[in-house]
Design a protein around this ligand. Structure first.
Ligand code: AMP
Length: 190
C-alpha cells in the first residue's frame, strides 16, 4: 500500500507519518527531510535550495521528482511508501502517478489533515523551540502556509476526482487522529 499524507506546514504530517510507518510497516518518504539533509550536508543541491526553503517557497518540481524516483525505483520500498510532503503541486501529483505506474504501483489513499492558520502558527512556534528548523519562524511559516494555499486546491481536486481523498480533522488530539487514520487505512485494506 502507498499512502499520501497531505496538509499545510505544521498540520502534523510528520508526526502522523511516523505513527503509520510503525503500525503498518511502511517507509516514510519526507521530501522536506531529504531536502533539509542536502542543505545540512552542504551538497551542491543543498547550496542551491537553501534560500528557497528559508523563504518558504517550493523548490522545483524537477528537483523533488528526482529525489523521489530514487525511492520509488527501489524494490525494498515497493508498495510500502508514505509520501509526506509530496506531491504539493498538480504537476507533482501527475508526475507521481506516472512514476508509480512506471514501477507498477499506485496510490491507495490520500489523507488530508485539515488545520487552521491559528493552530499552525502555535504549533510552528512550539516546533521552533524543539527542532530549531530555520524555516520555522512566524514570517516564513505564514509564507509557507500561503504557498500551500496557492497550490493545494488543484492537488486536492485531482485526488477527489480519483476518489482517493479522505479528510481528517487535524485539530484533534494526536491519539484521536492516530485512530481515525488507522480506521481509514484498515478500511481500504479490506
Ligand atoms: P516540509 O518539511 O514538508 O514542510 O518542507 C520544507 C520545505 O521543503 C518546503 O517549504 C519547501 O521549500 C521544500 N519542499 C518539501 N517538499 C517539497 C515538494 N514536494 N515540492 C517542493 N518543495 C518542497
Amino acid at each position: 500500500m502507498n499512502i499520501v499524507i497531505f496538509g499545510p506546514p505544521g498540520a502534523g504530517k510528520g508526526t502522523q507519518s511516523k505513527f503509520i510507518v510503525k503500525k503498518f510497516n511502511l517507509y516514510q518518504l519526507s521530501t522536506g527531510d531529504l531536502l533539509r539533509n542536502e542543505v545540512k550536508n552542504k551538497t551542491e543541491l543543498g547550496l542551491k535550495i537553501s534560500s528557497i526553503m528559508n523563504s518558504g517557497q517550493l523548490v522545483s518540481d524537477e528537483i523533488v521528482g528526482n529525489l523521489i524516483e530514487k525511492f520509488v525505483s527501489n524494490n525494498k520500498y515497493k508498495n510500502k511508501i508514505i509520501f509526506d510532503g509530496y506531491p504539493r503541486t498538480l504537476i507533482q501529483a501527475k508526475n507521481l502517478d506516472n512514476l508509480l505506474k512506471k514501477y507498477d504501483q499506485n496510490i491507495n489513499i490520500v489523507l488530508k489533515l485539515s488545520v487552521s492558520l491559528d493552530t499552525i502558527k502555535k504549533r510552528i512556534s512550539e516546533r521552533q523551540i524543539q527542532e530549531k528548523r530555520s524555516d520555522d519562524n512566524e514570517a516564513t511559516a505564514i509564507k509557507r502556509y500561503e504557498t500551500y494555499e496557492k497550490s493545494s486546491a488543484l492537488v486536492l481536486d485531482y485526488y477527489k476526482q480519483s476518489n482517493l481523498l479522505k479528510v481528517v480533522n487535524g485539530e484533534a488530539t494526536i491519539t484521536k487522529i492516530n485512530s481515525e487514520i488507522s480506521g481509514l487505512i484498515e478500511s481500504i485494506k479490506g
